[in-house]
Design a protein around this ligand. Structure first.
Ligand code: S3P
Length: 169
């Protein structure tokens, strides 16, 4: 990896993008940026509130704008939201914006990690396991399309996964 470029983490909810991203940023002396938190900061509202008032379409418009602005910079470790790859323009931006790692996690681990989560509106749309399996099926090829590297986050801590990932970069 060219350390001057951005390191971009994509992958499903509960893969550990934010936690692993913070640790990699420390390790490389880069700036950690979490796209979801950036969207919330710019909106002055949390993600459930944005979904409630503007729908998913409104959230996706905010996500596109925040991604474009983030990737106008470099020297970032950017943790993205799980749905960022749905938009073709976003996918082109991600590919051009840095080295992209697809953090992989299976549905069983997602269910464990997100068991008490109330901050992700898509999980409230139905049976959680079914929602996660459907999202995985539609999005797996999109993550693969943008990724330079696929990385299985495994069952360990975020620190362990970050250390293991750093050895591959
Ligand atoms: C979403 C994932 C979330 C957040 C929003 C939508 C998705 O981010 O952007 O709730 O479409 O998968 P995380 O992947 O950080 O949970």
């Amino acid at each position: 990896m060219n350390p001057a470029a951005n390191l971009i983490l994509v992958g499903p909810m509960g893969a550990g993008k934010s936690c692993i991203g913070r640790r990699l940023a420390e390790r490389y002396g880069l700036r950690a940026l979490d796209l979801d938190r950036e969207i919330e900061r710019r909106a002055g509202a949390d993600i459930p509130t944005i979904f409630a008032h503007e729908g998913e379409a409104g959230f996706r418009a905010r996500e596109r704008a925040a991604l474009a602005e983030a990737l106008a910079q470099d020297g970032l470790v950017l943790a993205t939201g799980g749905g960022v790859v749905l938009d073709a323009g976003n996918r082109a931006r991600l590919r051009a914006g840095g080295f992209v790692v697809h953090l992989q996690v299976d549905v069983e681990r997602q269910l464990r990690r997100l068991a008490h989560d109330r901050s992700r509106p898509l999980l409230a749309r139905g049976d959680r396991e079914q929602v996660l399996r459907e999202l995985a099926a539609t999005r797996a090829p999109l993550y693969a399309e943008v990724a330079d590297l696929g990385f299985d986050t495994g069952d360990g801590s975020a620190a362990e996964a970050a250390a293991r990932l750093a050895r591959l970069l």
